[in-house]
Design a protein around this ligand. Structure first.
Ligand code: ADP
Ligand code: MG
Length: 422
């Protein structure tokens, strides 16, 4: 027995005897669909009106829903389809619905396989030709006279990676069906998605369009209030904290997911700390944590040479060359590459990587002019140094080089009167 020396017994006891913040934290998870969706009544009614003819066996229009992330598209589409199929069951209509997240499915084959699974057709994980899977879907819809309404969520991701040929085939499937119908509800987070589509696909897919606008701070507050009432023990969340979550999420782009994340993480941090309530301070803390987690995720998935460029900036910063030029950065990059066992890229390619890193906000690059000596770019870190160090320390390739002192900087330092510009 571990007895009183067990380091965890105190942790567990502390948790059990401490003030409980949540009564049901699941309610704050992004995939939870509440039974009431405030401020989306118009969109729900609009979708319902477009899809209602299917209850009567009449083909309804395909729909394209678009709007920024966190504007309730997935929640509204799932909610409406759920209600429609329940109504269908009630009146014995052969309506089936299917939901596929195309980004997660990843390929046309897997999107089709998911659609097949939703109407109980067994499809192996791989092995069949995509055309074969398509035919099985079509034949089953036909023989069972099904009315299949499929939500293709994050459809923009699929089209960006794999083109629009699957959509082309799906929008034409009804032409070859004697009975049964397939209706597509496409959902896109990217407002420019339509530009990626062949005009024929676009016109069939967007017979009806529904646009979801970002939520305002007041709307977010209503949404959060309902979720918070279900998630938090009464009195364990301050009003100020709730308002701050809504305000912070609204100042980005009215993203309900962000607002809910802030609320959940603030509650978790308060609970872990043994605080009696989640306050504004916990929300601010949650914001930092979420931002840091996001940065860590982006950094972890960077390609190797972009990571080395990031390492270069970190090493420059550690050697107090915070606002260095791209020339300095290239020198350090070139010196570090062989130490990691890789060949360096040309300065031109590295400039391209720097621009990309600037675009995603990991670094700040700004052009400075030196009068008749020309122009150069100065680069600095656009994120918290700790997040970067954390990622490198976790990476076996970079772990040992985080504290490296580049020789080129030491040499420069010695000629301290000389300018650093290249
Ligand atoms: P999108 O698909 O547009 O990115 P989601 O539908 O996934 O957005 O919504 C993000 C999160 O916010 C989900 O947890 C969802 O339940 C919640 N949400 C969005 N809109 C509402 C609303 N009107 N009422 C309650 N919760 C909402
Ligand atoms: Mg979504």
């Amino acid at each position: 027995m571990l007895g009183s020396n067990d380091p965890l017994s105190e942790v567990f006891e502390h948790f059990l005897s401490g003030p409980h913040i949540f009564k049901d934290r699941e309610v704050l998870r992004p995939d939870y669909i509440p039974s009431h969706l405030p401020h989306r009544k118009d969109e729900i009614i609009h979708l319902g009106k477009i899809l209602a003819p299917s209850l009567d066996g009449v083909r309804c229009s395909n729909i394209l829903i678009y709007g920024k992330t966190g504007t309730g598209k997935t929640a509204v589409a799932k909610y409406t389809l759920d209600r429609l199929t329940k109504k269908g069951e009630e009146i014995n209509a052969s309506i089936r619905s299917s939901y596929v997240n195309c980004r997660i499915a990843g390929t046309p084959y897997r999107v089709l396989a998911n659609l097949c699974h939703s109407i109980d057709i067994e499809i192996p994980f791989t092995g069949l030709a995509t055309g074969e899977v398509f035919d099985r879907l079509k034949n089953t819809i036909n023989s069972r006279r099904l009315f299949l309404i499929c939500v293709l969520d994050e459809i923009d991701a699929l089209v960006k990676d794999c083109g629009d040929s699957l959509l082309y085939e799906l929008t034409r499937i009804n032409e070859g069906l004697e009975s049964g119908k397939l209706i597509i509800v496409g959902v896109s987070n990217d407002l420019k998605f339509k530009e990626l589509l062949d005009p024929r696909v676009l016109s069939s897919l967007s017979e009806e369009e529904v646009v979801f606008k970002p939520y305002t701070a007041l709307e977010l507050k209503d949404i959060l209030e309902e979720r918070a009432n279900a998630a938090f023990v009464r009195g364990r969340l301050t009003n100020g904290a709730l308002n701050l979550c809504s305000a912070l999420a609204a100042s980005e782009h009215g993203d309900a997911r962000r607002a809910l994340d802030l609320l959940r993480v603030a509650g978790e941090l308060a609970e872990r700390e043994g605080a009696s309530e989640a306050s504004e301070e916990h929300v601010r803390w949650a914001q930092e944590k979420i931002e840091k987690d996001r940065v860590v995720e982006v950094l972890t998935t960077l390609p190797l040479h972009s990571k080395i460029v990031m390492l270069g900036i970190l090493l420059l910063k550690k050697s107090s060359h915070e606002n260095s030029t791209t020339g300095d950065l290239f020198e350090v990059y070139k010196e570090v590459c062989p130490r990691l066992g890789v060949d360096h890229l040309t300065q031109r390619r590295v400039s391209g990587l720097i621009n990309e890193l600037d675009l995603v906000g990991l670094i700040n690059a700004r052009v400075v002019s030196f009068g008749r000596y020309g122009r150069t770019k100065r680069v600095s870190l656009g994120i918290l140094e700790e997040a970067l160090v954390e990622v490198f320390k976790r990476d076996p390739l970079f772990d040992s080089i985080v504290n490296y002192h580049p020789q080129c900087l030491i040499r420069r330092h010695k000629k301290s009167n000389k300018s650093l510009e290249i």
